[in-house]
Design a protein around this ligand. Structure first.
Ligand code: FE2
Ligand code: FE2
Length: 187
């Protein structure tokens, strides 16, 4: 288990200066975050102890929530700046729907008994949603913004990095609590 999973790009966040952000492409930032989220879900599926599951699940929850919230805020803001083209509005609306579906899948996962077949099925479902959505954003949404509103696109890397950090700062890691069902599952 590594902390890389927990908050995705945290190892890079401390060194993001205004100068480096100007050189980072929005698509690259999203791709890195998407890969980290998928790796986090892979680690969650491989986790075999209570501590490992709790750590991986916390990382997925924080990473996914901060990523999706930052995307929603930045993309809707970009849409407004670009003059709300109908095509972009459609794509970004789909993105928002996908985030809500992921949020629901995460809630279902958290409600299942860790290690049970239902828990594994729900973890796989969430991973599939994250993977498919990442492809959609990287191949449909981001190229469309870059083509329709290139000037707006150039501002997105900095906006996204800043908003993601702000979202992470507002989220709380889970408290170390004792859950009988969790303990029994691995007794
Ligand atoms: Fe997204
Ligand atoms: Fe994304």
């Amino acid at each position: 288990m590594t902390s890389r999973v927990t908050v995705g790009t945290s190892e890079c966040e401390g060194i993001h200066t205004a100068a480096t952000l100007l050189m980072i492409d929005f698509l690259m930032l999203l791709q890195r975050d998407h890969r980290d989220l998928e790796s986090g879900l892979d680690e969650l599926l491989k986790a075999e102890t209570v501590v490992a599951i709790r750590t991986a699940l916390d990382g997925v929850r924080l990473g996914l929530t901060a990523h999706a919230e930052a995307e929603d805020i930045v993309l809707y803001s970009a849409l407004a700046e670009a003059g709300t083209p109908e095509y972009l509005e459609h794509l970004i609306g789909h993105t928002r729907d996908a985030h809500l579906a992921q949020e629901g899948a995460l809630a279902f996962l958290v409600c299942a008994i860790p290690g049970s077949q239902m828990w594994k099925d729900r973890a796989h479902k969430l991973r599939d949603l994250v993977h498919l959505h990442a492809l959609y954003e990287e191949h449909e949404v981001v190229p469309a913004i870059r083509e329709v509103a290139p000037a707006v696109y150039d501002t997105l890397a900095g906006s996204f990095a800043t908003e993601r950090l702000r979202q992470l700062a507002m989220l709380q890691p889970s408290l170390p609590i004792f859950v009988p069902e969790l303990a029994r599952a691995f007794a």
